[in-house]
Design a protein around this ligand. Sequence first.
Ligand SMILES: *Cc1c(COP(=O)(O)O)cnc(C)c1O
Length: 388
Amino acid sequence: MVLSQDSLAVHAGRQGLTELGVHAVPIDLSTTAPLPSVEGGGLAYEHMATGGAHADGQSTVYQRLWNPTVARFEEGVAVLEGTPEAVAFATGMAALSAVLLAVVAGGKKHVVAVRPLYGGSDHLLASGVLGTEVTYTTPEGVHAALRPDTGLVILETPANPSLELVDIALVTAAADGIPVLVDNTFASPILQQPFKHGATMVLHSATKFLGGHGDAMGGVVAAAPEWTARLRRIRAVTGGILTPWPAYLLHRGLATLPVRVRAQQSSAEKVAVALNEHSQVQRVYYPGLPDCDPQGIIGTQMAGPGSLMAFELADAGHAERIPSAVRMITHAVSLGGIDTLIQHPAGLTHRPVEAGAKPHAALLRISVGLEDPADILADLVQAIESTR
Ligand SMILES: *Cc1c(COP(=O)(O)O)cnc(C)c1O
C-alpha cells in the first residue's frame, strides 16, 4: 500500500509496536546494552563504530553507537525526505560539524558556500575551526568557485533571514559531481525534498519545524548510505549524538508536521499581504508575494511559500524597538514552532556574520505560529505603530 506523505508522517518509524505490545514509541534510556559474548559484542562494536547500522539480533552495545528511539526518528525523517537513510545528532550544528569532519576526513578541505546561510553555519565555516577553508559565493558563482580540493557545496533555501530561493537543481548541476548539502530547515520536507532535485545530503535543525514545539534540540542529515555510514562513524567517534528523550519528542513532532506547516503557511500568507500594505513597512520578504520568486520555484521545487518572512522598516532604530513592544508574540530566536516569534537578525542570529554579508539593520524576521492570523497581525501592527 502506497501511503501519502501525510500518512507517512504519522506512521514512519513506528514499525513493530504491535509486536512489542505498545502503542506509543518506547523511550529506551539505556546507556549500555547486554553483550552476548566477548566476540559477539566486539564484532557489533566494531561494525557500528565504523559506520555500520545496527543489525537485527545484534547488541546495540552503547548509546553513543546506537539507540532504538533515535533510530525511529531517523527512519521518520528519511521517509519524509525520500532518502534511503538519515543520521541524527544533538543539534543542527552538531550535524553540520559531522558533515564538515566527514568531508575533511575524506581528504578535501575546501567548501563552497552559497550565501546567505544561517548565522551559525556561516560562522562555523568562516572560522575554519574544523579544518575547512570556505569560498562564499552566489548560486551562479558555484562552478567558478570549485577547486581540485573542493569536497562540499552548501546552500540553504529559503535562505535565512532574507527568504531568497535557490534553484537546487541548478546548483547541483554546477557542482560537477561534488557533494551538495542543502539545509532544508526553513522549508521542511513537507514543502521541499532537496534529494529529489539532486542534493547529496539534506540537513535539518530538527529543533525548528520537525520538533515544532520549542522544547527539544536535534539535528539530522538525510542521505544515501555512502554518506550516512561516514556520518555515523563521525558521530560514534566524536559523540555528538541525539539522546532518546529529545528523539522521542522530535519523532512525535513529525506526526503533526504536515498539518502545522500548512496551517502556519496559510496564516503567514495573510500576515505577509497585510504587512506589505502597511504604510510604515518598507518591504516584506516572503516567497509568496509577487516579485519575491522571480525564478518560479514555488509550485515546482517548493510546494508553498512557508511560514517565515522578514520585513524592513524605514530605519534600524524603529526595527530594534518593535520586538520589545509585541504582546502575544515572543521576542526570541529560533523558528518553526507552534507560537509566533520575532527577532532582529543583524543584532542576534546573524551577529557573527562579517559586516559586508550581514542582514540589513532595519530588518526583522518573523516565524508565524498557529495562533489566529488576525491576532498575529494585530499584535504586529500595534508594535509597529506604537514604536515609530
Ligand atoms: C537553527 C538552525 C541551524 C542550527 O541548528 P541548531 O539545532 O540550533 O544547532 C542550522 N540551520 C538553520 C537554517 C537553522 O535555522
